[in-house]
Design a protein around this ligand. Structure first.
Ligand SMILES: CC(C)(COP(=O)(O)OP(=O)(O)OC[C@H]1O[C@@H](n2cnc3c(N)ncnc32)[C@H](O)[C@@H]1OP(=O)(O)O)[C@@H](O)C(=O)NCCC(=O)NCCS
Length: 168
């Protein structure tokens, strides 16, 4: 299934990001130092390129959307979205980050609310994601937006990921 990402926001221009956008993505990400304290390594052009190409097991590029939300020509948010993962009814947010200068104004929640509404209309019944155990910002944000822990966690070399979901 391909979806029209331009419908994801009533306010922002939403489009798939390309390699030429990496410097602008890096500029947005590198200011979010708290995130990388919990989720090392610190961001670089190489880690962004790797994220652009990263896929969960058994998934194909046709289901991956590495998205930028633009206010005019200004990148405001980055999201990595995988459709139909881990099952056909579920969409998976692999990454979501806001430009730091516009945080705490409700914009992140608005973007997630609109995304969930659109995914529901498209026929999805749940959104799944993970955050690094102990990251207060991520945990509080996803709880505030109605995501609840599934009870599943997994360990990486440097941190533990808590898996959460929201029914649409
Ligand atoms: C998490 C994030 C997307 C929130 O974006 P935002 O536009 O500020 O979100 P909103 O204004 O809609 O919601 C703010 C909520 O986030 C949480 N939050 C934000 N900063 C926080 C902090 N420093 N400590 C604890 N909670 C925090 C709170 O729940 C806050 O709600 P409150 O204002 O009622 O306390 C943004 O802070 C960000 O990009 N962080 C870095 C990346 C990240 O952690 N992404 C999520 C994990 S993938």
């Amino acid at each position: 299934m391909r979806i029209d990402v331009s419908c994801f926001s009533g306010h922002y221009l939403v489009r798939c990001l390309k390699e030429e956008d990496i410097p602008e993505i890096l500029e947005l990400c590198r200011k979010n130092t708290l995130f990388y304290q919990y989720c090392p390594p610190f961001v670089s052009e190489e880690t962004i390129l790797a994220d652009m190409h990263a896929l969960p097991p058994r998934k194909e590029y046709k289901d991956k959307y590495y998205l930028g939300y633009y206010e005019g020509d200004r990148l405001t948010a980055v999201m990595d979205l995988i459709l139909e993962y881990p099952d056909t009814q579920t969409a998976f947010i692999g990454f979501f980050m806001m430009e730091i200068s516009v945080q705490k104004q409700g914009i992140g929640s608005q973007i997630i609310r609109e995304l969930c509404g659109h995914l529901k209309e498209t026929g999805f019944s749940a959104v799944r994601l993970g955050w690094v155990r102990g990251n207060p910002q991520a945990e509080s944000f996803w709880h505030k937006n109605g995501f609840v822990e599934t009870g599943v966690t997994y360990d990486t070399e440097n941190y533990t990921v808590i898996v959460a979901r929201k029914d649409l």
